[in-house]
Design a protein around this ligand. Structure first.
Ligand code: SF4
Length: 314
């Protein structure tokens, strides 16, 4: 099948006083219809920037984003508006993205109004249907965001994202702000919607634990670079990059049979304003060799769909 999304050598630089932050540096990956790709890394690694650059909520500095056969970075504004109907985002904190003075029914209907879809009555019906789809009572449409719990607000954010019947959703840390008990419910909802509507997700998360059962493929990011990409099972059982190994070791579920403990990470994430030369991970890498300090390892295919950017990985 044709890929739904191809991200090719995506670059995003932010000029700041004193230099340029290379927030995303030469990142490529492909998603097929119905797939879920998990993008994982510590805050500041560039994963959120990638999600926004794909949707062109921020302008990429370079590279290509091909969605459903169209090169998004070359579309004219009217064409981009049309393409945006197919691509939506669910934010970490729906409360920040919902207008506190707007009834949630109006917030969910807003994308329909913006795109001139339906009349008032048909939009009201659609809102009721969307509320049902995300597991909320249609009568809630007249209430305000503050009347809901965090998990319910995230359901409202998801209902709004579904209003235009998108094919693709960027889920940017959709459960990170929620209680652990609620996280699984929202993940299950996203999984149900994936089945029901054939959705494709880019699922952004700072932790690996959340992506394990939800994503078919996972990519690990470090300081703007994709350092490892693999089918989820493989990434969890045979992580090849020392950074992924460290992230996995930090998951607080003791399962000593699953993998050998690796050396812990040293130090903090360096500033993206002055990333280390060579392999950006070398100052913290427990197995770095001299070459790592000078040469940046490319992301290379090590078989079975597993890609890794490390000189020592085989
Ligand atoms: Fe560590 Fe070198 Fe591999 Fe980078 S290339 S992860 S520094 S061993």
């Amino acid at each position: 099948a044709r890929p739904l999304l191809q991200v090719e050598q995506l670059v995003k630089h932010f000029p700041v006083s004193g230099g340029v932050v290379k927030a995303v540096d030469d990142v490529s990956f492909t998603l097929h219809p119905g797939e879920t790709f998990g993008l994982v890394g510590e805050s500041g690694c560039g994963k959120t920037t990638i999600g926004r650059a794909i949707l062109r909520l921020i302008e990429p500095s370079g590279g290509r984003v091909v969605f459903d056969g169209r090169d998004l970075l070359r579309l004219r504004p009217a064409e981009l508006r049309q393409a945006r109907r197919d691509m939506q985002i669910v934010f970490q904190d729906p409360y920040a993205s919902l207008n506190p003075r707007m009834r949630i029914g109006d917030a969910i209907a807003e994308p329909l109004v913006i795109h001139g879809i339906g009349d008032k009555a048909s939009r009201r019906e659609r809102v009721a249907e969307l509320l049902r789809v995300v597991g909320l009572d249609p009568d809630y449409a007249t209430r305000y965001p503050h009347e809901f719990s965090g998990g319910q607000r995230q359901r409202i954010g998801i209902a709004r994202a579904l209003a235009l019947e998108p094919k693709f959703i960027v889920a940017d840390e959709p459960v990170s702000a929620l209680d652990v008990s609620v996280q699984a419910q929202v993940i299950n909802l996203l999984a149900d919607l994936r089945e029901q509507f054939g959705l494709t997700y880019l699922f952004i998360s700072h932790g690996l634990a959340v992506v394990e059962h939800f994503c078919a493929q996972v990519g690990t990011m470090y300081l703007g670079k994709l350092v490892e990409v693999a089918p989820t099972r493989q990434l969890f059982t045979q992580p090849r990059h020392p950074y992924t190994q460290a992230l996995l070791d930090s998951i607080p579920i003791p399962d000593p049979t699953r993998r050998k403990p690796h050396a812990p990470l040293a130090g903090d994430v360096p500033s993206p304003l002055a990333p280390p030369p060579g392999c950006r991970f070398h100052p913290r890498c427990p197995i770095a060799v001299e070459e790592c300090r000078h040469q940046a390892p490319p992301l290379r295919d090590v078989g079975n769909g597993h890609h890794v950017a490390c000189w020592l990985a085989s």
